[in-house]
Write a protein that binds this ligand. Structure first.
Ligand code: NAD
Ligand code: UGA
Length: 431
């Protein structure tokens, strides 16, 4: 099939590259000229494992191309997939400017019978509005708008895309269903496809992200309780996760959830609840609890230090989680400025995050390795669980620190082992 993908971010590039790799002819379009220039030079503008390889392979076999403008480039595409950003708007609702702008731009150029797939995460009713915008601006009316939300995680995106738990497709039309089955047949089995109405499909995406965010805030609060009463959150997570009704995933405590989606999607669902007079009170406390958690992290660290004499802190990992360069709503964006306001000097090492993070984090000393970040510090703080942090030479780390104090907000080390090695080691929920 001939596919145009609009938006060369995490979702657009992964979807576009994976469809190209499964044999479709894909053109990826973005209005950011720097991104398109990089892509045309065979360079991926984001860090996502495996994308480089897919880019080179599918450029070579002629399945992948890049363009700056929507215009003529989308003519003859059977599928136009919209994967532009839907950031938090003024009131907490989703800002749909980019999606509606795309709708207006494509209307002029789509050929009859084009399927427009909305991959971006959008509130209920957005596909209806996209359809109206295209109708108003298109000379023919033979097109369809289909909701097909994406569930990939950054850092694991290709694997999630080609091995999905489910593919949700919102359409009531039988022809559309057949076309979507055809599109996905080289990616996954037909029995993974869940057809729903467009509105249900739009809501499934928000409900999924919000449910996962709720689990994280729940286990974080249980971890706080564990610290106070001398229980171990790892055992609690295991103990509850063995119940098949609960399951083991997304029960790892941390410094608070971040990223481009959980916070924004939970906020948008709260706003939808207000709009339709169906309050989402659980989610309101999830957002509040998560914001408070991020603010409290610096207090936990500062409590372990003598502020008169100890003001050097090393940070390992600043992106919102490991295996990504994405800084959007990362806990580090709250934690590091809080520490700086309290007079701390900050050294940072992140395996992939420096380029993005240095645009936002001010007055930090960037280091080229975890060992450099640990040199002469009074405390080393672990904020993300990159694989390389788990394999550090801990004796080397200890010997280079001024005080062998580690605060690990991802529980990557065994507390007994760390004490035996001579560290003052603090982690979360392991009281
Ligand atoms: P992103 O910000 O990384 O990329 C969006 C891209 O769209 C940018 O490159 C931007 O330049 C481009 N764009 C905006 N307006 C455009 C226009 N009119 N024409 C052409 N290009 C335009 O976004 P993302 O993280 O890939 O997310 C995209 C959507 O997918 C969001 O709705 C998000 O909630 C959803 N989503 C994201 C993830 C994720 O892991 N990042 C996972 C599932 C769903
Ligand atoms: C999340 C969802 O997992 C995807 O299914 C969804 O498609 C995506 O949002 C989206 O809509 O954008 P992502 O944001 O890439 O994916 O990252 P996650 O792995 O879900 O982590 C989100 C945040 O929760 C991170 O800050 C992470 O550190 C935190 N987290 C996750 C925990 O603190 N504990 C856990 O057990 C899991």
């Amino acid at each position: 099939m001939k596919i145009s993908v609009i938006g060369c971010g995490y979702v657009g590039l992964v979807s576009g590259f994976c469809f190209a790799d499964s044999g479709h002819k894909v053109t990826c379009i973005d209005n950011n000229d720097q991104k398109i220039k990089l892509l045309k030079d065979n360079k991926v503008p984001i860090y996502e494992p495996g994308l480089n390889e897919l880019l080179l392979k599918n450029i070579e076999n002629g399945n992948l191309a890049f363009e700056l403008n929507i215009s003529e480039n989308i003519k003859d595409s059977e599928i136009v997939l919209i994967a532009v950003g839907t950031p938090t708007g003024k009131n907490g609702d989703a800002n749909l400017t980019f999606v509606y702008q795309c709708a207006r731009e494509i209307a002029e150029f789509i050929s009859p019978n084009t399927q427009i797939i909305i991959k971006s995460t959008v509130p209920v009713g957005t596909c209806d509005e996209v359809e109206n915008i295209i109708k108003e601006n298109c000379i023919h009316s033979e097109f369809s708008v289909i909701s097909n939300p994406e569930f990939l995680r950054e850092g694991n995106a290709i694997s999630d895309f080609i091995n999905p738990d489910r593919v949700v497709i919102g359409t009531d039309d039988q022809t559309n269903k057949r076309i979507m089955i055809n599109l996905y047949k080289s990616i996954t089995n037909e029995d993974k496809i869940l057809f729903t109405s467009r509105r249900s499909s739009e809501l499934i995406k928000y409900a999924s992200n919000s449910m996962l965010a709720m689990r994280i805030i729940f286990i974080n609060e249980i971890a706080d309780l564990c610290e106070k009463i001398g229980a171990d959150v790892t055992d609690i997570a295991k103990g509850i996760g063995l119940d098949k009704r609960i399951g083991p995933h997304f029960l790892e405590p941390g410094p608070g959830f971040g990223g481009s989606c959980f916070p924004k999607d939970a906020r948008a669902l709260i706003e939808s609840g207000k709009k339709y007079d169906a309050p989402q009170t659980l989610l309101e406390s999830v957002i509040l609890g998560n914001e408070n958690r991020k603010k409290n992290i610096s207090k936990k660290i500062l409590n372990k230090l003598d502020k008169q004499t100890e003001n050097q802190i090393g940070i390992l990992g600043v992106t919102f989680k490991a295996e990504t360069d994405d800084m959007r709503e990362s806990p580090s964006l709250i934690i590091i400025p809080d520490l700086q306001e309290n007079g701390m000097n900050i050294s940072v090492y992140d395996p992939e995050g420096e380029k993005e993070a240095s645009k936002i984090l001010k007055d930090v000393n960037w280091k080229k390795s975890a060992y450099e970040a640990a040199e002469n510090v009074d405390c080393l703080v672990i904020l993300t669980d990159w694989e390389e942090f788990k394999n550090l030479d801990l004796d080397k780390i200890k010997n280079s620190m001024k005080r062998p104090l580690i605060y690990d907000f991802r529980n990557i080390f065994d507390p007994d082992m760390m004490t035996e090695l001579g560290f003052e080691y603090f982690s979360i929920g392991r009281g």
